[in-house]
Write a protein that binds this ligand. Structure first.
Ligand code: GPP
Ligand code: MG
Length: 287
């Protein structure tokens, strides 16, 4: 079997998906690895909440480490907020982390709900990393990671009590994604996403949004597209929360951390403050 196929079908279905997988297989950004090292929980999403700006003051030789710890705290707060909206999940329930990265949100959900978590990614390197983490944490029997495509997962119908996408919807067509989520969720199951989306009121994607697309090889959707695709696939929103103001301080602190910046910080700040882009949580029930 080729490493990029399952027993039944290739996981990567297009050159586009191959290029996204290549990006994540090669990704080693200090802003992700050094932050993850703080607690052993590696995130691939941004932060929310007010930073403790005093970390930038005080001794210079430990400033970077203080900043790393503070940004990690804000990223963990983001994942925790997402899980607040997934709850309640029955103990022993089954959850899907669609686009799981190095497994950060999956491990938090596994611990918090006592649930069985399946994390999936089209990056074999991320899957390997996350499974190694699961072994290290002693939870490999209840947090599993596999090389799968979120648009055609191969899991059985109505298998999950909850599904989330933590900043991974901008890599896929939303109609295809929500059709698969709808199939996978039990009736009454909960779906949550935190995502960046562009503002329909502004018009088409701004220069800053286009820069973000180019940086991550993604295709940020308009806000409207989420609600159209959910409505078409039996997902009924229960909560929509604009987190834009809550994430701006994270970007301001990240932009002031010379060892952590990746070069995309100003584009996020411009997109959010200019009104062309929102950071949104959407929670929906499967009917
Ligand atoms: C976060 O991952 C970014 C994405 C998954 C893609 C784009 C998201 C949007 C909301 C537009 P990361 O933590 O690997 O990014 P970085 O390396 O910049 O910290
Ligand atoms: Mg990151």
């Amino acid at each position: 079997m080729s490493p990029t196929t399952t027993a039944t079908a290739p996981v990567l279905k297009s050159l586009y998906q191959r290029s996204v997988a290549d990006y994540w297989n090669a990704e080693r950004n200090p802003v992700n690895l050094l932050l993850g090292d703080v607690s052993g929980t590696y995130h691939h999403h941004y932060g929310i909440g007010e930073p403790d700006w005093s970390v930038l003051e005080g001794p210079e030789d430990t400033r970077e480490q203080r900043t790393i710890e503070e940004l990690h705290r804000l990223e963990t707060a983001q994942a925790s907020f997402l899980l607040d909206h997934l709850a309640p999940i029955p103990v022993g329930g089954r959850l899907l982390d669609a686009g799981c990265g190095r497994g950060g949100t999956s491990f938090m959900a596994n611990q918090r709900f006592g649930a069985q978590v399946e994390g999936i990614s089209i990056s074999e390197e991320q899957v390997r990393f996350a499974n190694e983490q699961a072994e290290r944490r002693g939870v490999a029997d209840s947090a599993r990671f596999s090389f799968r495509n979120m648009l055609a997962t191969g899991f059985e119908t109505a298998a999950f009590d909850g599904i989330w996408n933590n900043e991974s919807t901008m890599y896929v067509n939303l109609d295809d994604l929500f059709a698969e989520h709808s199939r996978l969720l039990k009736p009454g199951g909960r779906y949550v996403t935190i995502t960046g989306c562009y503002n329909d009121v502004y018009g088409l994607p701004s220069r800053a949004v286009s820069e973000i697309n180019s940086h991550y090889i993604c295709d940020i959707h308009p806000r409207s597209a989420y609600f159209k695709a959910m409505a078409a696939n039996g997902l009924v929103p229960i909560n929509v929360i604009d987190l834009t103001e809550a994430t701006i301080p994270y970007w301001r602190m990240r932009a002031r951390s010379p060892h952590l910046v990746t070069g995309i910080e100003d584009a996020f700040l411009e997109a959010y403050t200019g009104g062309s882009f929102h950071y949104l949580l959407i929670a929906a029930d499967r009917v």
